[in-house]
Design a binder for this molecule. Structure first.
Ligand code: SAH
Length: 223
């Protein structure tokens, strides 16, 4: 890809990106690894050209098919939680690839990332973007109606970018011992939730954090 397009100009430049990073710091994000990766990941490349100038506002934005790219603060917060709580980040699953932005961030912080998406055209586009950014440690799949990617389990950590009404048993089962699931839970009112699988494997600790707003976790595939 064109270097200028990747690095951005004006509203998509490194300076604009740095202002967003300062905003994330002011909002309480402390993990320097997360902040570094976000400072060097061009969010404008994960949006339609018409929306690219808004890429470094701290808001979610439409990506088509009724879905949204997550708000940068939420991406940072969930990634930070994952890094702080997981004991290992060797195999990590993301549910809801969407634009691929959170995928690009996670890929640079974990060894092997698996990412599933139920809307095939969104996944195609995300795959192209990851390739353009030379990110190769991600395996993706159009999810076939279930939740997660049981064939690739167990995972050290799972991050879900869409909200179910309650914690899906299927996702809990895909956690390794000591594995951590970071997921928004709820319908009208949603809360960021951390589920930790205990070492002895069949008990789970559930911690409810701040209110959030995500698109719903749905079953079935869109071709
Ligand atoms: N982090 C992404 C968020 C995209 S929105 C980004 O920043 O772009 C959440 C995504 O989850 C949507 O693309 C939606 O299609 C997908 N999704 C919803 N339910 C799903 C399921 N059961 N399996 C996989 N993906 C799902």
């Amino acid at each position: 890809m064109d270097r200028l397009k990747r690095e951005g100009l004006g509203m998509t430049s490194q300076r604009t990106r740095n202002r967003l990073i300062q905003r994330l710091r002011d909002g309480g994000i402390q993990n320097e690894e997360v902040l570094d990766v976000m400072a060097s990941t061009p969010r404008h490349l994960f949006l339609d050209e018409a929306l690219a100038i808004r890429a470094y506002e701290d808001t979610s934005l439409p990506i088509g098919y009724g879905q949204t790219i997550s708000q940068p603060y939420i991406v940072a917060r969930m990634t930070e939680l994952l890094l702080n709580r997981a004991t290992s980040l060797h195999r990590v699953l993301e549910v809801g690839t969407g634009s691929g932005y959170q995928t690009a961030i996670l890929a640079r912080l974990v060894d092997q990332l698996y990412s599933v998406e139920r809307i095939a055209p969104l996944l195609d586009q995300a795959r192209r973007r990851l390739r353009e950014l030379n990110i190769y440690n991600v395996e993706t799949k159009v999810s076939s109606g279930g939740f997660g990617w049981p064939e690739m389990a167990p995972f050290d950590a799972i991050l879900a970018a869409a909200a179910p009404a309650s914690v899906p048993a299927e996702l809990k089962e895909q956690l390794a011992p000591n594995g951590v699931l970071v997921i928004p839970i709820g319908t009208e009112r949603q809360f960021l939730t951390v589920v930790t699988r205990c070492e002895d494997s069949d008990r789970f600790e559930v911690e409810r954090l701040e209110p959030v707003r995500f698109v719903p976790l749905l079953s079935g595939v869109v071709r």
